[in-house]
Design a protein around this ligand. Structure first.
Ligand code: FE2
Length: 249
């Protein structure tokens, strides 16, 4: 067994133990909140012994492969994206723990258990997992929806409390790509704003929840690893990928 394979199987074992404990006694509460809000804070996603390794991988790939983006997306009401990000293929080629986390059975079991749906890997490979870093005042991941049903977002580095960049969302809003009406939805809805700490992850029903990361109010680091899983219906309905095509070209 090569060192890498051994490390991966020990990662998967540790992850399974950790995620089983994470759900123990809390699963019904997590389900209830997710049902009601389309958003739920899961807690610390990785076993403590693997957190630093995942963080080092993320920072390494960001440093080598990160691309600065500053654009707006017409399908999401011309909302801005100002950040540095890394494509799925580069993370897959250059990291170990991060892709293993995405593909682990234990991760899919966690998402399936909380979402009460047997989720699958995202069929569109470039959207399976990505890294995004905000660092400068004004950086933001503007209002948008996700193409696939479930987004599991792992906060590698949360910014300090006073730096802004909260997760904001509005559940139960359908995405009409030709007429997104983002400003109308935001003006009419009751926005939720959440703070997520470093090491924590949340699950979001991203295809029917309008959401954003509010702008950084000053220079500070915010690094996330975002993973996408599909609902069985996603495998048969036609899905286009304008946002990913614009953001990772
Ligand atoms: Fe999203």
């Amino acid at each position: 067994m090569s060192g890498n394979v051994a490390a991966e199987s020990s990662f998967e074992r540790d992850l399974e133990t950790h995620l089983t404990a994470l759900m123990e006694g809390r699963l019904e509460a997590l389900r209830e909140q997710f049902r009601a809000e389309s958003w739920v804070l899961l807690g610390r996603l990785l076993p403590a012994t693997w957190e630093q390794r995942a963080r080092e991988e993320a920072w390494g790939v960001l440093e080598r492969r990160g691309v600065r983006r500053d654009l707006t997306v017409p399908e999401t009401g011309d909302s801005p994206r100002r950040m540095r990000n890394v494509r799925q293929s580069e993370i897959a080629a250059e990291a170990n723990v991060l892709p293993s986390l995405y593909y682990a059975d234990a991760t899919r079991l966690l998402v399936s258990a909380v979402a009460e749906c047997r989720v699958t890997l995202c069929p569109f490979v470039p959207e399976r997992f990505v890294l995004a870093a905000m660092s400068r005042a004004g950086d933001t991941h503007g209002w948008h929806w996700d193409d696939y049903a479930y987004s599991l977002v792992y906060l590698i580095d949360a910014p300090p409390l006073d730096a802004g960049a909260a997760v904001e969302y509005l559940p139960g809003v359908p995405w009409e790509k030709r007429r997104p009406r983002v400003d109308e939805h935001v003006a009419a809805g009751r926005l939720r704003s959440r703070r997520v700490e470093s090491g924590e992850a949340y699950l979001l029903k991203g295809d029917s929840t309008l959401h954003r990361v509010a702008p950084l109010e000053r220079d500070a680091m915010r690094v996330v690893y975002a993973m996408a899983y599909a609902h069985p219906d996603d495998l048969t309905r036609p899905i286009t990928h304008e946002t990913t095509e614009a953001l990772y070209r």
